[in-house]
Design a protein around this ligand. Sequence first.
Ligand code: ADP
Ligand code: ADP
Ligand code: MG
Length: 693
Amino acid sequence: MFKKILIANRGEIACRVIRTAKRMGIKTVAVYSDADARAPHVRMADESVRLGPAPAAESYLKAELIIDACKATKAEAVHPGYGFLSERTSFAKALDKAGIAFIGPPEKAIAAMGDKIESKKLASKAGVNVVPGYLGDIATTEEAVKIAKDIGFPVMMKASAGGGGKGMRLAYNEKDVREGFEATKREGLNSFGDDRVFIEKFIEDPRHIEIQVLGDKHGNILYLNERECSIQRRNQKVIEEAPSPFVTPEMRKAMGEQCVALARAVGYHSAGTVELIVNGADPSGKSFYFLEMNTRLQVEHPVTEETTGIDLVEQMIRVAAGEKLKLAQEDVPLNGWSIEARVYAEDPYRGFLPSTGRLTTYRPPAQSPSVIARSEATKQSSSGKSGLLRSARNDEPRIRVDDGVYEGGEVSMFYDPMIAKLISWAPTREAAIDEAVAALDAFQLDGISDNVDFLSALLQHPRFRAGNLTTGFIAEEYPEGFHGAPADEQLLGDLAALAAIVELTYETRAALIDGQLGQPVFPEAVQVVRIGKQDFTVAIAPYDGGNLAIVDGGEAIDVVGDWQPGDKLLVADLDGRSRIVQVAKRGRGWTLTTRGAAHRVVVVPRHIAALAGHMIEKVPPDMSRFLLAPMPGLLTRLEVQAGDKVEAGQPVAVVEAMKMENILRAEKSATVKATAAKAGDSLAVDQVIVEFE
Ligand code: ADP
Ligand code: ADP
Ligand code: MG
C-alpha cells in the first residue's frame, strides 16, 4: 500500500479523498492556488504545496507543477478527483513517465472514452445499446439535414469532444438543423478544439440513469448498481439518487452487464461511470442507451457508497496499488435509499444567478435532524461533520455532508459554484426524501445566495415524490422560475404560532434589559401575525416547559421548543409535528425560512394591528430605469450606447462570473440615457451599468 498520496484537486472532493486516506493510514499532500491558501483541504492534509495564482489554468491544471509537488514531497500516487486533470490522458501519461501511480483508470481507457463518436462505436461493438443515430463526423449542413431526416426528429446534434453540457443542440425540425448545425461545430471548435459533430435521436421522456463500475487490474469488473440523475438544470445535475425509482432488478442486471462488458472491452480498472439515457415512456425498461463513459470518480458517487456500504475512494486506492477486489457481483449490496442534493452558490429567486462572496455563516446540519432535534431538546451540542460510511446495520435515517468550505471562508469566482453536497440515507425513498428536506431546513448559510430553498422545493414536489422524473423536470415544473415552495395552511398556522412565541420571547428579553421601559410586554394576549399578505390571530399561553397556541380560534396547539433571542435555528414540536425553522430578525419583523421558502413575518398586538390600515405604505425607490449588476463580476460586453433604443428581451450587457456568461436583457422597450460602466470593468453587485430614459 502507498505511504503517501497527493490529491490534485480542491474543495469537497479533495477533502473527501483525504478523509479516506487518513482512515487507511496513508499520508496526504494537498496542492493549492493562492485563492485556496487557507482552504479546508489544505488544513486537513499532512502537507501542502502551493501551485500558483488563483486561475485554474495557472494552478490546478498545470500537470508539471503537480508532478514537481509529488517529487518534492515523495508522494507515490495521485488522486485527481473530478474535473481539472482527471480525464486528461496526457496527465496520466506524464505521471507514469515520472514513476508515480495514477489513482484512476488506464490511460488508454481514458483516451477511448474521451471522444463521443469513438466511444459509441466501441460501445456498440461491445454489445451495448447506443442511441440510434449516425456515428460519423458530418461535414456539411446539407448532409446533416439528410441524416437528421433519416433518423427522424427530434434529434440531438453533438460535438464529439463535448462535455459538461456544452456543444449540444436539440433540433425538432429541418429548420433547427439548418440554424444550429454550424453553431454546434463552432462551439465544439471553440470550447474543445475539435469541430466534429454527429447526430443522434433525441430520446423522449428522457431519464438520466448511470451505472457505477469498479474494476481491478486482475480482470475483475463489477457494477455497483445505478444512480438516477434526471433532475438537471441546463444539463447540470442538481439532485441524484440511488437506486432509481424506474429501475427493476431485471433492468439493473441488463444495464449492469452491458456496462461491465463495455468496461471490459477497454481494459478498464478503477471506478468509472457509464451514463445511459432511458426512455421513461417505455415501461418494459428495455429502452436504455449508452451516452458516454466518465472515466473518473463522479460528483454523485456518495449515493452509491451509502446504499452499498463500499467506500469508492478506498477501492480506487487499493486497485491503484494492485490489490484484487474482494467482492463478487452477487455480493454487491443494495441497501435502502440515498439522495444527494447539490448546494450551489446561486440565487434561485433571481434566475439562478451565480453568487460569490464570504460565507458569514456556514453551519451544515451536523447529523440526522432527529438527532439535532433531540440534542436541541437536551441542550447538548452535536459534534462535527459526518464522516464516511457508517455501519449499514443501523437502520436510522442519516445525513452526510461532503463539503470543502468553512464559515468565514470565501466562495470565489474562480472555481465551481458547488458549496456542498447533502446526502441522506434511509430504508425507503420516502424516508430518505423526508430526511433530506429536514436537513435542508437546518442548513445555515449566510453571506452569499444559495439554492437550499430550491432543493427543498424539488424534494417536496409531488411529482418528484412520485418518482415521475425526466431531464425536463425543472424546465417543465418551473417555467416561470422559482418563487419559493408553496406552503400549506398547516405550515402557515404553525409558523404563525412560532412567530408569536419568538416575538414574545424577544420582547420579554428586551424588557428585562436595564433602562428599558418596564412595561408588561403583552398587554394583550392576542397577537396578529402577518405572513406575507395573510393575517393570523394568535393567542399564546405560556406554561412551564412550553406554550399553548391558538391560531385563528382553532384547537390549542402544544408547542415545545427552546429558542432564545440570538438563536438562528428554532427546532420545535407542535402537537407532534417537528419543525426546523431558520429565524432572522429583519427590521421590525422576522424572516422565517423553512420547507423551501423564506416567509416575511410581522407580529403586532391586536390593537395596533387595527391601526395598521392607516399607515402610509412606504414606496421603494423606482430603480427600473437602471440596469444594475445582478452579481459581482466582469463586464465583458456592453451592447448599447447613449441614445440607443432597445426592445424587451434585447441583450444589453454581458457579465462574466464563476465561469458563466450572463446575458442581461432589457425588460421593456426603452431608450438608453447614459452608460455608467464600460467593457472590462469589474462590477459590484447592484452597480449601475446603464440608465434608461
Ligand atoms: P458528474 O457527472 O460527476 O456529476 P459534472 O458534469 O457535474 O460531473 O462535472 C464534474 C466536474 O467536472 C465539475 O466540477 C465540472 O465543472 C467539471 N467538468 C465537467 N465537464 C467539464 C469540461 N468539459 N471542462 C471542464 N470541466 C468540466
Ligand atoms: P456531457 O458530456 O455534456 O455530459 P452527455 O452526452 O452526457 O453530455 O449529455 C448530457 C445530458 O444531455 C444528459 O444527461 C441528458 O440529460 C441530455 N441528453 C444527451 N443526449 C441525449 C439524447 N440523445 N436524448 C435525450 N437527452 C439527451
Ligand atoms: Mg454526461
